[in-house]
Design a protein around this ligand. Structure first.
Ligand SMILES: *Cc1c(COP(=O)(O)O)cnc(C)c1O
Length: 237
């Protein structure tokens, strides 16, 4: 309990400093606790220490946690790779999906989102460094995809997400975050997309430069929970 309390304070301090340095209000930035491969106990402690937003990468692992942690006000974000046979579970159990990387996935999530639930919040994942191994839309196709996704009634398109290349240096990740900022800015000029409000970027190692470039959701795992143990993992998506 004390340990997570301390690390949350440390991360919040980093967020506040980075926001102030950029002339931004720290309250604009949501700390998304990435709880993949962390125990339910760790999540419960983080919740008790005040966190409400949790990010998961593996559907089966996440569903078990969601079922066992029906905590008031807790908000689950899906941030991992999406197989199309898993969209129904994701549409039924999450409030946000950050990792939409194909139009077909967005369409399935839309069709499978229950009428009784509020629209599912969506970020389009952008392959901002054009990495062959990474999923996400190319920067130059995002506008066209966004035009289509914004029309899906059971989804609420919020913005863009990126996982920049493991940077060779700080300037390179700053450049990637800057390109993301520019991309969101240009999308917002289109009449159907003016309400986009989210840049999901920045992790334990680079949240400061992401915040400097306009991130409003930072996805932080190890800086909060420590190293992930593979023994608690269910890697079978
Ligand atoms: C694991 C993960 C994170 C958290 O990374 P840390 O370096 O542990 O903070 C953030 N985003 C995504 C998409 C992840 O898969």
């Amino acid at each position: 309990m004390h340990k997570i309390f301390d690390t949350i304070n440390q991360v919040n301090t980093r967020i506040e400093k980075a926001a102030r340095a950029a002339g931004r209000n720290p309250k604009e930035i949501t700390l998304l606790a990435v709880s993949k491969r962390q125990t339910e106990d760790a999540i419960k402690q983080a919740y008790q220490a005040g966190l409400r937003d949790f990010g998961e990468n593996y559907v089966q692992e996440a569903l078990a946690k969601i079922e066992r942690l029906p905590l008031e006000g807790i908000c689950w974000h899906f941030i991992g790779p999406i197989q199309s046979n898993k969209t129904k579970s994701i549409a039924e159990h999450f409030a946000w999906v950050h990792s939409v990387d194909r139009l077909k996935i967005a369409q399935r999530l839309n069709n499978q989102r229950h009428d009784k639930l509020p629209p599912l919040n969506i970020c389009l994942q952008v392959n901002i460094d054009d990495e062959a191994s990474k999923s996400g839309f190319a920067a130059d196709e995002v506008s066209e995809i966004a035009q289509q996704v914004v029309q899906l009634p059971r989804l609420r398109l919020r913005g863009l997400m990126a996982i920049p290349q493991r940077a060779l240096n700080a300037q390179q990740s700053t450049d990637a975050f800057k390109r993301m900022h520019g991309l969101l800015h240009s999308l917002k000029k289109q009449p159907a997309l003016t309400t986009l409000d989210t840049l999901s970027m920045g992790m334990s190692g680079d949240m400061e430069s992401a915040i400097a470039e306009g991130a409003n959701i930072v996805r932080v795992g190890t800086a909060l929970f420590g190293a992930r143990s593979d023994t608690t993992a269910s890697n079978n998506n």
